[in-house]
Write a protein that binds this ligand. Structure first.
Ligand SMILES: C[S@@+](CC[C@H](N)C(=O)[O-])C[C@H]1O[C@@H](n2cnc3c(N)ncnc32)[C@H](O)[C@@H]1O
Length: 252
């Protein structure tokens, strides 16, 4: 199942299609010399790493987004599961959280009972995430963090996941097509892919870059590059040829 949640665009919520199922044959589809990691992005996130868990800081919007994205992921995953565990609804599920940052989304998914692997190419992010999860012994057993890129994970392990999450990440990567291919390659057959991102519209330029970066200073200048924003249509055009079932697009 793919739950494709597009946030930050214009217009109200819209459910265009049903959830989508993907088959993912395990094979490398990228050259080992290519990378999705952009060194400028790495520098930006290194500089901010100490602020991940400040709910009023630069990552405040990501903290707030948990109110939407955690139930969205939970509810869509529960639709794929026959067994229900009260209190730990995602128990038994293995999730890959790509670009986990400081673990803002990884931790609530772990608290819902899932085994979560959080990966991020920025060492400083993973150190913060490790440190923060150590405050909760329950999470310590359920979450593993690794400093690596998605393509490294595809190359180095034969691990596969019930769900892959890339939340607010695709607008920071190089080689988006390769990134999505790698997502498929780590999914179990019939697994779920959740992507959230900022839409590519004039409104997202005005709010996400002009207002948030230059006027209000909510996020540092240079955090986003409008050219790298991804429209739902662009994402659909990359996702669709690979899908064998349904796509759910949710836009706010
Ligand atoms: C806006 S943050 C989102 C963090 C987290 N997913 C959340 O929503 O709380 C983007 C994250 O993507 C990571 N990132 C950047 N390029 C990446 C890439 N090519 N592959 C995986 N993660 C990447 C950054 O280091 C950063 O932690």
């Amino acid at each position: 199942m793919v739950g494709l949640d597009e946030s930050g665009g214009n217009g109200g919520p819209r459910a265009e299609r049903e959830p989508c199922f993907i088959l993912s044959p395990w094979k490398r589809s990228h050259s080992t010399s290519q990378t999705t990691v952009d060194s400028r992005e790495v520098k930006n996130f290194q500089a901010l790493a100490h602020t991940w868990w400040d709910e009023c800081g630069k990552f405040a919007p990501l903290h707030s987004m948990n109110d939407l994205r955690v139930p969205f992921i939970r509810d869509n995953l529960l639709k794929t599961s026959a067994t229900h565990h009260p209190g730990k609804p995602l128990s038994g599920m293995k999730i890959l959280d790509i670009g986990c940052g400081g673990g803002l989304l990884t931790e609530p998914l772990g608290r819902l009972g899932a085994s979560v692997v959080g990966i991020d190419p920025v060492d400083e992010n993973v150190k913060i995430a490790q440190h923060h999860k150590s405050f909760d012994p329950v999470l310590d057993g359920r979450i593993q963090y690794r400093v690596c890129s998605l393509e490294d994970t595809v190359d180095e392990s034969a691990e596969s996941f019930d769900a892959v999450v890339a939340s607010e990440v695709v607008e920071h990567v190089n080689n988006l097509e390769m990134f999505i291919q790698c997502c498929y390659q780590v999914l179990k057959p019939g697994g779920s892919l959740f992507i959230t991102t900022i839409n590519k519209t004039q409104l997202s330029y005005a709010l996400g870059i002009v207002f948030a970066e230059r006027i209000a200073g909510i996020v540092p200048k240079g955090t986003h590059t409008w050219e790298k924003f991804v429209s739902p249509e662009k994402l659909e055009s990359i996702l669709e040829p690979n899908m064998v079932c349904r796509l759910k697009l949710w836009q706010e």
